[in-house]
Design a protein around this ligand. Structure first.
Ligand code: AMP
Ligand code: MG
Length: 390
């Protein structure tokens, strides 16, 4: 058996970054930036008011001073004149500060009568002016590669970038295998169950910004599996589910080999999971996941998601981990690295008492996979442990 780290290294060796495409900024959320984005302007492009109030000269900012209001500056409409001592300009948030003004007195600190204002007795120290370029300047860059968050998209818009270069979406074909499986919504016979992994993995791929395609379920026959592989044509990655162990009906490896896959089969020292298959089939990379629903999903997080990130140009690193305090005592662990369904509460993590790899309801309730290293000793409440957020 090999470790999770060793298996991941083998999988990383199979994938490489895809080419990029130019897309409108409105489509860019969640995509991975492929080229540095460079600001086309300063933001703000002028010294702007941060408040509603009156623009004044610093020398006049003294309690009790009476000033003549000579005009108005609103967002999008600057005051064209020059402010002198003894004068004020009514100003609103986002408006350019008039020439000659070096301070905005907020309207709450001013009493106005006609065209005159009197400054109150308690003026604050702040200028309430946002200097030009204080957010970013022309030439400032958002560096690639980077998965674009909603805030990144807002920043790019503000930089006046209407189109961005992002990694092409990895095309992923999902092939469930098994005589016992039917699609959700169909009527299963008494011996059948619903294909769940396909849909869970599709949702994971959607969230990763890939382009998943659910293929018809392949039956446990060579011809049906062969047809499944043919339907996957054009995919960057084909993910098979089930049929990958060593039972009489586990034909995925055989058929993939017949179709030219230089097959690598890994027994990975992990729970849940263990049987994992991978290799290259022409231009397509094949990843064979175990069929047990929780194993398939956990392997999706631990193996498939990092592979997708590499295809998107992101670094080849394992699923990101956090640490939390264990909420209960645990007896010593087993010989395989264990990814335990767990709940996070106020920084404390508590693994579920049942960890059978068929129990999807527990996975759905879990917030995290708590990671216990192989041969972990007994643990006490309060110990720091690693987790992967779900
Ligand atoms: P296998 O690896 O094909 O022997 O499958 C292991 C277990 O996972 C069996 O109980 C299968 O019924 C179940 N299984 C396989 N594929 C799926 C799937 N796509 N959705 C739900 N369960 C599955
Ligand atoms: Mg099967």
């Amino acid at each position: 058996m090999i470790t999770v780290t060793e298996a991941l290294d083998q999988l990383f060796a199979l994938v490489s970054p895809l080419d990029h495409e130019i897309i409108p900024l409105s489509e860019a959320g969640g995509r991975v930036l492929a080229q540095n984005a460079v600001a086309r302007r300063d933001q703000p492009p002028f010294d702007g008011s941060a408040m509603d109030g009156y623009a004044v000269c610093e020398a006049d900012a003294v309690p009790g001073t009476v000033l003549q209001v000579i005009g108005e500056a609103a967002a999008g409409h600057r005051f064209e004149g020059q402010l002198k001592q003894g004068q004020a300009v009514r100003i609103f948030t986002g408006a350019p500060v008039p020439k000659g003004a070096d301070r905005v007195v907020i309207q709450e600190d001013v009493a106005r009568t006609g065209d005159q204002i009197t400054l109150g007795d308690r003026l604050d120290e702040k200028t309430h002016i946002r200097p030009s370029g204080s957010d970013f300047k022309v030439g400032d860059t958002l560096k690639a590669p980077r998965r674009l968050s909603p805030s990144d998209v807002a920043l790019l818009a503000s930089m006046n970038i209407a189109e961005v270069a992002v990694a092409r979406k990895p095309r992923v074909a999902l092939l469930s295998t098994g005589d016992e499986l039917v699609m959700p919504g169909e009527s299963p016979s008494p011996d059948q169950i619903i294909a769940s992994n396909t849909f869970g993995l599709k949702a994971l791929l959607d969230a990763l910004g890939a382009e998943p395609r659910v293929l018809p379920i392949a039956r446990d026959t060579r011809s049906s599996l062969r047809m499944g592989f043919e339907l996957a044509e054009g995919a960057d990655l084909i993910v098979t589910i089930g049929g990958a162990s060593v039972g009489d009906h586990d034909l995925v490896g055989d058929v993939a080999a017949e179709l030219g896959m230089n097959r690598a089969f890994y027994k990975v020292a992990m729970r849940p999971g263990k049987p994992l298959m991978a290799g290259q089939m022409g231009d397509t990379v094949m990843l064979g996941l175990p069929g047990n629903p929780v194993s398939a999903m956990v392997c999706g997080h631990i193996f498939m998601a990092p592979m997708i990130r590499v295809m998107q140009g992101l670094p080849a690193v394992p699923a990101p981990r956090g640490t939390a305090q264990l909420g209960i005592d645990l007896p010593k662990g087993g010989p395989r690295e264990h990814y335990m369904r767990a709940s996070l509460n106020d920084g404390e993590i508590i693994p579920e008492s049942r960890q059978d790899s068929s129990l999807l309801s527990l996975l759905a309730h879990a917030d995290a996979l708590m990671v216990r290293p192989a041969d972990d000793g007994p643990r006490q409440k309060g110990d720091l442990v690693d987790f992967i957020a779900l």
